[in-house]
Design a protein around this ligand. Structure first.
Ligand code: YXS
Length: 270
């Protein structure tokens, strides 16, 4: 009689959540796919954040597993619509994750080691405090795919960075290295990799000793005030019409196909 087949191991969790001395930590854990922000990973992240909220965790650290070259490769390109549909609509899992961070009633501290790509840059910018080590770098990459970034994402950038730096990031899609990220104000603190875990945990623990209601309300006031950019309906419709022309373009389809075919895209401007 043949030995019973060994049970297939349960898949590794997409995120690993823990609480130490009152500080929650959520670690992105899909290393094989460079922590690409798939719906499954983002839903697990949103659930972990909701669980911390239910437990009144006063400060949260968002990180990736230690020692990775890539913190997150950004939106899961395999899950981007192939044209004729807004690739970053309000209901997109990435947009839901951004809103979950921005509405969490306590600081979400991004601890960055390795490279941050595309929508993961928006995720990091939506965090309240950003700590990076010397390996941290940041790229926003719609120009690599021919993708029209969305208005809320551009407003997140405008609320944090000077226009010329935003334009350089979007027009070049080149990663901003740690030193420049600190000088530009993307990072609150640039901390050596040997110290970044202890530094970030200590910052979180310090915040948990302060008045949580006062902090939660200041965070929400700042969110409401920074999001308060009224846009006339006609302006919004004009923006959406421009974006539609991009995500319905042949260039957008070429950008995505080139990624999967592991070749450089040939953009024709149509
Ligand atoms: O070939 P296999 O099946 O092993 O899978 C490979 C990659 O295809 C996969 N992977 C991804 N899958 C979906 N979405 C992604 N964003 C993504 N990135 C990577 O993971 C496996 C290992 O990737 P590989 O071999 O390239 O790893 P590497 O260490 O040589 O290079 C790491 C990266 C991050 C430099 C490289 O994977 C890369 O350039 N990834 C794409 C980064 C990117 O352009 N992200 C933007 C996604 S779109 C987005 O976030 C916004 C919508 S926007 O475009 O507006 O910014």
């Amino acid at each position: 009689m043949s030995a019973p087949a060994s049970p297939t191991p349960a898949p590794a969790p997409m995120v690993i959540a823990s609480v130490t001395n009152g500080v929650g930590t959520i670690s992105l854990n899909n290393v094989a796919r460079r922590n690409a922000l798939s719906a499954a990973l983002l839903d697990a992240f949103i659930d972990a954040l909701a669980d911390f909220k239910a437990k009144s965790v006063r400060a949260v650290i968002l990180r990736a597993a230690p020692g990775l070259k890539v913190w997150s490769a950004g939106h899961d390109i395999k899950e981007l619509p192939r044209g004729h549909e807004d690739p970053l609509g309000y209901g997109d899992p990435l947009e839901r994750a951004l809103r979950a961070i921005r509405s969490y009633p306590g600081p979400v501290i991004a601890m960055i080691q390795g490279s941050v790509w595309g929508g993961a840059f928006d995720l990091v910018l939506s965090c309240d405090i950003i700590i990076g080590d010397e390996t941290s770098e940041f790229a926003i990459t719609p120009a690599n795919l021919g993708l029209p970034y969305n208005t809320t994402g551009l407003l997140h950038c405008l609320n944090r960075l000077p226009l010329n730096l935003i334009k350089e990031m979007f027009f070049t899609a080149t990663p901003v290295k740690a030193d420049d990220a600190a000088r530009w104000g993307i990072l609150n603190h640039l901390v050596p990799s040997a110290q970044i875990e202890a530094y970030t945990q200590s910052l979180g623990e310090h915040i948990t000793t302060k008045a949580p209601l006062a902090i939660a309300v200041v965070k929400e006031q700042l969110r409401v005030l920074s999001d308060l950019q009224p846009v006339a309906a006609q302006v919004f419709e004009h923006i959406e019409d421009m974006r539609r022309q991009v995500y319905e373009s042949a260039d957008y389809e070429e950008g995505i196909n080139a990624f999967f075919e592991k070749r450089k895209p040939q953009f024709k401007g149509v």
